[in-house]
Write a protein of this length. Structure first.
Length: 191
């Protein structure tokens, strides 16, 4: 298992999560009641708003005690040792994000969003749990430090870890449905 770089400060572990575990995650997501999903907002808890021109998707949450958090924690720490060596303190829960036809998330970065003023998001991670044959569009794209747009692999079971300051987006879904699990790991603010 090796990390592959797809852009500066963006790496991925290709198909590292066994398909049986991904299928179990999908089963658990499918068992979440429809009304447990809400419109995704932008901003932190106190200054949030729903702006569908910027972010149009539905989200639900698994919190820190959920077994999937340990998988994210493992890959955050592995990638951090290899690439960044940031001072990290805690993982946020797992955001379950669904994108239906026409839904998207425009260019943004994750850095700085925290309900605790002394901490900030340092690394972000996403795990695609939908088979890429089940949807069209919905590419996860990054802008690298050279201004080049880079498309992330669309492989089910691939963990993508990146510096939370990197601009990224999910392009509009044109067919089917895309489901990903997303999380962030926090640490003291960068100085």
């Amino acid at each position: 298992m090796t990390q592959t770089r797809i852009a500066t400060s963006v790496g991925h572990y290709e198909e590292v999560i066994p398909s049986e575990l991904i299928d179990l995650m999908v089963k658990e997501v499918n068992n979440i009641e429809f009304d447990c999903f809400s419109e995704a907002y932008i901003g932190d808890t106190e200054n949030s708003s729903i702006e569908t021109k910027t972010r149009n998707s539905k989200v639900s949450w698994w919190y820190e005690g959920h077994w999937v958090s340990s998988i994210f924690s493992h890959y955050f720490n592995l990638a951090n040792r290899t690439c960044w060596e940031y001072d990290l303190t805690f993982i946020e829960g797992i955001q379950i994000t669904t994108y239906d036809v026409g839904e998207h998330y425009s260019w943004h970065s994750d850095y700085g969003l925290s309900d605790e003023p002394e901490h900030t998001r340092k690394l972000s991670a996403t795990l695609l749990i939908t088979d890429p044959s089940e949807f069209e569009g919905g590419d996860l794209e990054f802008i690298d430090y050279h201004g080049k747009t880079v498309v992330a692999p669309r492989t089910k079971g691939t963990m993508i870890i990146f510096d939370s300051r990197i601009p990224h987006r999910v392009t509009p879904i044109t067919k089917g449905k895309r489901i990903s699990l997303v999380s962030w790991i926090f640490g003291p603010k960068l100085r």
